[in-house]
Design a protein around this ligand. Structure first.
Ligand SMILES: Cc1cc2nc3c(=O)[nH]c(=O)nc-3n(C[C@H](O)[C@H](O)[C@H](O)COP(=O)(O)O)c2cc1C
Length: 365
């Protein structure tokens, strides 16, 4: 089905086709009978592959990565495509337009995207209004960012504002300090500012947990463009601050294997197939340091079950994708989860956790 629609969508400029697709999904879901049909076609063909991470029980380990539904507009359709969870956002405290268009580019031959969206966001108020207007039948992460106009020295305040606003509505919250398209943002990954950010946000989480009677996990999303020392320093801080999870990775500012591609010169973060190996390396390094003490959510260039399995065996507890959804459509979700279930069986296991333990042991032996 998507193979018929994709050529039409790909004749449009990338951002236009993205907006059109979300609008179509929203509109279609108002037509009686559409939701059950989508659910039967996609979620119905996605096997259960439950896994417990961050104290939450995920129906399967494949989530939608942040950035596709920045405004929490399409919860039901996206969950009905079979995702085990959705990460919504990035949402900034105040509305902001993001960078001038064009700011989203398809590198079709490489199954990749370059984006320099720059946190286009309707802000927390609209985001929460959208969220409240929709029924929930799955796990929702909410990804927080800072406004471009907020001075770097006050960045923590934006994350605090975000955490307080979304706490009651999220199953987990992500601190996104790794988008390459907000000037100065990635500097928050440096040791001193990161220690201050994590310390403040974890303290606030404890206060909110008492008020709301519920612990909402906080994940940190990091870039793939860190060297080993940078990754190790972040891993140490994650442990020190008892963070609930780390998401590896965001898009890259490097252009692996794209020397001959004129569009690769566009400024922005690269996602999709060329990012795969780089983000897996970061996951492997994190896993070596963290040794299972903090869950890892692996993301970057996953487009089939082998890619997802590679990240899981490298140390991820959950995985996410975005770019493959654009290139391969909603059918990719069930296909990957079915492939993972098959791998679990091939390892003689009855659940993903045991299968991964087995696979990781085999590799280290
Ligand atoms: C168009 C686009 C917009 C994105 N926006 C965000 C965002 O707002 N926040 C975020 O944390 N990551 C964002 N990402 C990064 C993805 O969540 C993901 O980390 C990255 O694309 C790698 O996964 P993929 O190769 O499966 O796409 C965006 C990616 C794309 C392609």
């Amino acid at each position: 089905m998507y193979s018929l629609i994709r050529p039409l969508l790909f004749t449009l400029d990338a951002e236009h086709s993205h907006d059109l697709t979300l609008n179509l999904l929203q509109t279609a879901y108002r037509i009686p009978g559409v939701a059950p049909l989508v659910r039967r076609t996609y979620a119905g063909r996605t096997p259960a592959l439950p896994v417990e991470v961050m104290g939450l029980r995920f129906p399967n380990p494949l989530g939608l990565a942040a950035g596709l539904d920045k405004e929490a507009r399409c919860l039901a359709p996206l969950l009905d495509f079979g995702f085990g969870f959705l990460e919504l956002g990035t949402v900034t405290p105040q509305p902001q337009p993001g960078n001038p268009k064009p700011r989203l580019f398809r590198l079709t031959r490489h199954a990749a995207i370059i984006n320099r969206m720059g946190f286009n966001s309707s802000g927390l108020d609209v985001f929460l209004t959208n969220l409240a207007a929709q029924p929930r039948h799955g796990l929702i992460g909410i990804n927080l960012g800072k406004n471009k106009l907020t001075p770097d020295a006050q960045a923590i305040d934006d994350y605090l504002t975000g955490l307080r606003a979304v706490y009651a509505h999220a199953d987990y919250v992500t601190l996104n300090i790794s988008s390459p398209n907000t000037p100065g943002l990635r500097a928050l990954q440096n040791e001193a500012p990161l220690a201050a950010l994590l310390g403040t946000l974890k303290h606030e989480q404890a206060t909110l947990a008492r008020t709301h009677g519920r612990h909402v996990p906080i994940a940190l999303k990091i870039a793939p463009d860190l060297d080993d020392n940078g990754i190790d320093a972040i891993a140490r801080l994650l442990v020190e601050h008892n963070m609930d999870a780390v998401i590896a990775t965001n898009t890259t500012i490097t252009r692996p294997g794209l020397d001959q591609e004129p569009q690769a010169r566009e400024t922005g973060g690269l996602s999709g197939r060329p990012l795969r190996a780089l983000s897996t390396q970061v996951i492997r390094r994190l896993h070596a340091v963290l040794q299972g003490r903090i869950p890892i959510i692996g993301v970057g260039g996953i487009s089939n079950a082998d890619d997802a399995w590679e990240k899981l065996v490298a140390g991820a507890d959950l995985v996410q994708l975005y770019t493959a959804f654009i290139y391969r459509g909603p059918g990719v979700v069930g296909e990957i989860v079915r492939g993972l279930a098959e791998k679990v069986r091939a390892h003689g296991a009855t659940n993903l956790t045991d299968a991964l333990q087995h696979a990781r042991q085999r590799i280290s032996a």
